[in-house]
Design a protein around this ligand. Structure first.
Ligand SMILES: C=C(O[C@@H]1C=C(C(=O)O)C=C[C@H]1O)C(=O)O
Length: 382
């Protein structure tokens, strides 16, 4: 029987040949890339890759090896495509991305829409980003806000996309897909809930607490200490505050922000009642133009994938091979296609970076319905 050393010597020899063949194969792929630049051909040829996998599998023995060589060749061809995308980008074949670079947002002359009513967290986020004197109006639903942007009755909308303890706002992801609107900035608002009531209300007088369902959930620990209080959910926290003011009944209180309490003339009875001290909501600033700030550092995209083994893994490799740092991924069901998903990915970068152009080129060819949703920074700061 051969010794381990002898066997390893054999493996070294095989690997030397494989490395040499890999180099040779990649050199040919480079030439294929150059041909495709000239001929204006797409890099990815799905049928050719399918045939190739079947062909190499037919040349080895046993199910285990057939599966193994297919996996190996999927990787080899994926490297080959990445090399070709690089050639295309170097040759300027990517063209310009249809986004216009700007140097600043015209916050002073902007007309801005938020969802909810006076005192909503959306309004606080809007004021944080655009300032207190912003020219604004509010609408009832997120969809109404997206429509106002799309039809141009507002220049920007400020809308919540994620809460640090409750997670993503699913509806916003679906609306980003549905509307031709784009993210130009984001702003993070600390969300601090209070228990507020009519001035002079004593806790012992309270019987009913109103708020948005999420806010009632985020203050469960505090509310559990007052288990005799009935919890009633309403559309949003600002509406809860408004109701408490209008009803003029000290048996009622609202879970809302200090801001909503102030706007609706309520007194903060207990401050900071959130279960989690660091509760923040991330808001996006949306517009109907394809613009990005010069030094924007984060990109959001969406794409769809077929219900096939390895499809997400293959797509995400475009981030890895271009050294891009992916910061978030969300998925939402594709309507009318059971078990197929639309993915929303955030990653660090600017649309002018070569690595970003490379990755987008690959993603555009290999995923369905790729859309760039925006290139932006926190608070739009540069
Ligand atoms: C090399 C080519 O480009 C891509 C890579 C392939 C490969 O490495 O074998 C096959 C098909 C294409 O998706 C080609 O078109 O032949």
């Amino acid at each position: 029987m051969a010794t381990l050393e002898e066997l390893r010597n054999q493996l070294d020899e095989i690997d030397n040949r494989m490395a040499e063949l890999y180099q040779m194969r990649m050199d040919v792929c480079q030439q294929v890339g150059e041909y495709k630049v000239k001929a204006g051909r797409k890099v990815y040829d799905r049928q050719r890759e399918k045939d190739k996998l079947a062909d190499v599998a037919s040349k080895v023995q046993g199910e285990f090896n057939k599966k193994g060589i297919k996996e190996l060749y999927s990787q080899v061809m994926s490297m080959s495509r990445k090399l070709q995308y690089q050639r295309l980008v170097e040759a300027g074949a990517l063209g310009r991305l249809p986004f216009i670079q700007i140097h600043s947002l015209d916050k002073e002359n902007a007309r801005v829409v938020f969802q909810g009513t006076e005192g909503a967290y959306g309004q606080a986020a809007m004021n944080q980003f655009f300032g207190e004197d912003v020219n604004c109006f509010h609408v009832r639903t997120f969809r109404d806000a997206m429509e106002a942007i799309e039809e141009g009755s507002a220049d920007f909308a400020v809308l919540p996309i994620e809460n640090s303890s409750a997670g993503p706002v699913n509806e916003m992801y679906d609306l980003l897909d549905e509307f031709e609107n784009y993210i130009v900035a984001e702003t993070i608002l600390p969300v601090v809930h209070t228990l507020s009531g009519l001035p002079g209300t004593r806790l012992s007088e309270i019987k009913r607490v109103y708020s948005k369902a999420e806010a009632l959930m985020q203050t469960t620990r505090f509310l559990d200490d007052h288990s005799d209080w009935q919890r009633i959910s309403v559309v949003n926290t600002a509406i809860a505050a408004k109701k408490v003011l209008e009803d003029q009944d000290k048996a009622q209180a609202a879970v809302c922000s200090t801001y909503a309490a102030k706007i609706h003339g309520l007194e903060v009875l207990v401050d900071e009642i959130n279960d989690e001290a660091d509760n923040s909501t991330r808001f996006i600033v949306v517009t109907n133009q394809k613009i990005f700030l010069k030094d924007a550092s984060k990109i959001s995209i969406e794409f769809e994938l077929p219900h096939e083994s390895g499809s997400l893994y293959n797509i995400l490799s475009h981030f890895i091979y271009n050294d891009l740092n992916m910061t978030k991924i969300e998925s939402r069901p594709v309507e009318g296609k059971q078990w197929e998903y639309r993915f929303f990915v955030d990653f660090d970068g600017n649309l002018e970076d070569a690595a970003v152009k490379n990755a987008i080129r690959g993603l555009r060819e290999e995923a369905r319905n790729l859309r760039i949703l925006g290139n932006y920074s926190i608070d739009g700061q540069i």
